[in-house]
Write a protein that binds this ligand. Sequence first.
Ligand code: GDP
Length: 521
Amino acid sequence: DDEAAGESAEDLEARAPVVTVMGHVDHGKTRLLDAIRSSKVTEGEAGGITQHIGAYQVDVPHEGQQRALTFIDTPGHEAFTAMRARGAKVTDIAVLVVAADDGVMPQTVEALNHAKAANVPVVVAVNKIDKEGAAPDKIRGQLTEYELIPEEYGGDVMFVDVSAIQNINIDELLEAVLLTADAALELTANPKKAARGVAIEANLDKGRGAVATVLVQSGTLRVGDNMVAGTGFGRVRAMFDDTGEAVEEATPSRPVQVLGLSTVPRAGDSFLVTNDDRTARQIAEKREAAERNALLAKRRKRITLEDFDQAVAEGKIDTLNLILKGDVSGAVEALEDALLKIDVGADVQLRVIHRGVGAITQNDVNLATVDNAVIIGFNVRPAERVTSLADREGVDMRFYSVIYAAIDDIEAALKGMLKPEYEEVQLGSAEIREVFRSSKFGSIAGSIVRSGIIRRNAKARLVRDGNVVGDNLAIESLRRFKDDATEVRDGFECGIGLGSFNDLKEGDIIETWEMREIPRT
Ligand code: GDP
């Protein structure tokens, strides 16, 4: 897959920057994406038939040239993080939308944390400047606290005051995006080879089958190509651009809708073109098998508080990334303050990569998978589908309702001193054949071991006709003939005493288990 190697410089051509619009809910992301798009629709285009395919491209006049910009048309960082969690790097540059009348809000911070984590340069669009109470300078001040320093204050982040509704400064914003892209990035790709890229959005259409919007990242995608996208494959039957126009080919940074795949890929799945349909099918099958295996491996790989504790205990030091979520901001702040005050020693680092108020979201889990973080929930819980995602991804989520309990656990992990966890391990079962009364031992169950082993001192329960009639008992005495035994195996007879528990009957089953320390690797 190392295709950049061996690429000769003369094959590389400039490609359009790919832009994602992020920001707090209701700050105008959708409106801004619409405004950008409609500002560039030429009048000939029948009033701009807008077709939502998940991404679009606009042409911007820039220093006497026409330059293209590609916008991912699914606002918000959920899609962005979901794609990143899948290993896809789609976005070159982020536009952070902040409403001038509302200011920096939790999802503003979340969005800029995501951009930072992905190493993506940011341009700030201060939106709604048409509104009364708009305070664009205040936004600049607020964002300075998050290390986004405006150019006018001597920093390197471009801020543009816009109104998505009144179409104010939309061109200036696009100009700023191009300037930032040119300054920070060298965006090139080779269009002269088989296409590769990423799926942005996809759905199953009743009439047309799997419909996927893909972003070409290198090479040129053509109608008739054999392709694999995610675990789907097929021959490209037709392609459409974001105006609904049929197209024959798509070059780097150009999003197109593709028909002809066998199944619907997920956002962030990579695609590639193969020489023939057999190869496409084989790759798709391999991917499917790999996905199954990866799922298992991934669960083992993610860090848990126990793993971290173990690494510290073994002297393999590392940084522990945390995501803090709580029901009220005061609690989250108190928790963070207390955590940062823990004396962790010189070799261990604690990093709170994200904090927020509210339930644990899918986005938190995605971020945890990307940055290998442990999620701490204080008086909050995840929704069910979030729990299953965390389960699938093997992300460690911990819930507390007392701040000190959270701090104790994390402090212990940082010092390699977490208390061991125990699990129930089934040992075996025995069936009672006959019950004896002994003056010394009380009732003794003359039994035959039916499975596993019976061990003295193990825990036990008594099951009669499928019902538990005694639980949390212990094998207090165990004998083979006249001798004490420590354990008796499957197929052998023995006498079992359950202490003062005397309600024993022929045909009852004694199940036994032990509590065992969960190994930390
Ligand atoms: P999103 O949740 O960030 O996608 O926000 P929307 O684009 O849906 O916008 C939220 C609300 O703000 C809508 O009612 C928009 O009409 C309004 N809005 C968006 N941009 C502007 C603007 O520039 N000026 C004003 N006055 N309202 C805006």
